[in-house]
Design a protein. Structure first.
Length: 496
């Protein structure tokens, strides 16, 4: 099984930069053991004009059988000969995809310690796979899958079953050539997903975590791909429950991208540099402090940060040992990735790591994972939803998850006249679907509390203007059936 990646240089960027990106030196042949054989990486050519890296995967058919992977397609038992004689050692498949992710993991994840600026740079690439299954579509299927992904050349040449017997016709194998200007990470992620899709089979059991793998590798290109349903179904071995789960999450990601603003880039309020002109502390910092104080006052120990973005609030909660468990939830995989970097999840000690969890999910759908928590925070979230979709969020949080305490913050539109840099009539953030005044927010909160069995009280966040109120308004919902003794720190205040 063979694959080559070629990069072509320009005067300001030599082709041998490919070696830095792949973390494999052009002057050495390297060998890696895999569960099903041996992977070799070497460079047939390495000049400043053209650099070619080759991945040769030697698959051991006996190892496949011994690991219980010698079953036929669909799990049906093979004859004894078919267990050992098949196309797995020769044709690109999920075996090659797994080898790519293992041998070139840094490149696939867009990381390069020696040259950190390189992963973001597009290269003119040529990728060749001499034998690739294209079941159920042949050459046309290859073009349908790779054509929308930015390649200037997608060439799939059918391979005859036997050149000596042309009457047998073409096989479902093709020789693939891709050329185009892409980042190496994007190219590798596409291959990681589409190789098993074209083969329409995987050499291992497809577990639920494959959904996360698919969405990570497909971020930025899969949600908008015209064949995203076909890709999802075949990647997940046509398992209906996993396919539907992935499709739901892809639709949410597509909607987030259609907003024109990545969820990870939204601080959900006026820019903090503007806030600093009005107060000693940025408004975002004051908002987090107000939320933390309310959570402590409610005695919350297990907390959900719904719409956690880049994880600023999660980070602050982890500094306080009274919060035993903190779960950040966001629809954007990119946002969660940035939150993980901010929190340095890969460096946390075991005890600290057990306190925090980041999960992808939509607040427009009921999610059983969100049940049983002391408190939930919706900090600058509701204004990013279209008003017709707001009832779905209300039900998923207040009706289904039903935490004891729910904190909701949102901009007070009345205060907008105090922002010198904000034109009249303009909302604070381009992604805001609405901004409420104090009366509107009060009516909404009272309606939610009445519908779902909560009481609610209101507080101000930021400097309160005598005429227009505070820049941020906060509602603290308390479930009416919660026992007062279950959160002794909560102040005795009259609910609105």
């Amino acid at each position: 099984m063979f694959l080559t990646i070629s990069a072509f240089g320009v005067p300001e960027r030599p082709a041998t930069d490919l070696g830095y990106l792949l973390h494999k030196h052009p002057e050495r042949v390297q060998r890696f053991s895999t569960a099903h054989g041996t992977a070799h990486v070497f460079y047939p050519q390495a000049t400043s004009e053209q650099c070619t890296a080759a991945l040769l995967l030697e698959v051991d058919p006996v190892a496949l059988v011994r690991r219980g992977k010698g079953k036929g397609r669909g799990g049906a038992p093979d004859t004894s000969l078919a267990q050992y004689v098949n196309d797995r050692p020769y044709a690109g498949s999920s075996l090659l995809a797994v080898a790519l992710s293992s041998v070139f993991s840094s490149a696939l994840n867009g990381q390069c310690k020696a040259r950190p600026e390189l992963p973001a740079q597009s290269l003119f690439l040529r990728i060749e796979i001499p034998a690739l299954p294209a079941r159920g579509g042949g050459e046309a299927l290859v073009r349908r899958l790779f054509g929308p992904l930015g390649w200037s050349r997608v060439e799939a040449t059918a391979i005859a079953w036997d050149a000596e017997f042309p009457a047998w016709g073409d096989s479902h194998y093709v020789a693939l050539v891709l050329e185009g200007e892409l980042t190496l990470a994007d190219a590798l992620r596409q291959l990681y997903v589409l190789l098993p899709v074209l083969d329409d089979a995987k050499h291992y059991w497809v577990a639920p975590d494959e959904v996360d793998k698919l969405l990570r590798a497909g971020e930025g290109w899969l949600p908008g791909h015209p064949e995203h349903r076909l890709i999802t179904s075949r990647y997940l071995a046509r398992r209906r429950s996993l396919t539907q789960q992935a499709m739901d999450r892809l639709e949410l990601a597509r909607l987030a991208e259609a907003d024109g603003v990545a969820a990870a880039e939204i601080d959900n309020a006026v820019d903090e540099s503007v806030d600093s002109e009005e107060s000693p502390l940025p408004l975002a910092v004051q908002r987090r402090e107000a939320i933390l104080a309310a959570l402590r006052n409610a005695g919350a120990q297990r907390v959900l940060d719904l719409g956690c973005g880049q994880g600023q609030l999660v980070q602050e909660m982890l500094k306080d040992a009274s919060f035993r468990e903190v779960v950040g939830v966001d629809v954007s995989m990119r946002a969660l990735s940035l939150a993980a970097r901010r929190l340095r999840l890969d460096r946390l000690g075991e005890q600290q790591a057990q306190r925090v969890q980041l999960v992808q999910g939509s607040l427009a759908y009921r999610d059983r994972r969100l049940s049983g928590y002391d408190a939930a925070v919706l900090s600058e979230v509701i204004e990013h939803l279209d008003l017709p979709r707001l009832p779905a969020l209300e039900y998923s949080v207040f009706g289904a998850a039903r935490p004891r305490t729910v904190l909701v913050t949102t901009p007070n539109v009345e205060y907008n006249v105090r922002w010198e840099g904000l034109p009249a009539g303009q909302v604070r953030h381009g992604d805001h679907r609405f901004e409420w005044n104090r009366a509107e927010f009060g009516r909404w909160a009272q309606g939610v509390a009445s519908t779902y069995g909560y009481t609610v009280r209101f507080s101000a966040v930021g400097p309160e203007d005598p005429d227009v109120g505070p820049p941020t308004q906060m509602a603290e919902f308390t479930r009416a059936d919660s026992s007062p003794t279950s959160h002794p720190n909560q102040r005795k205040e009259t609910a609105a």
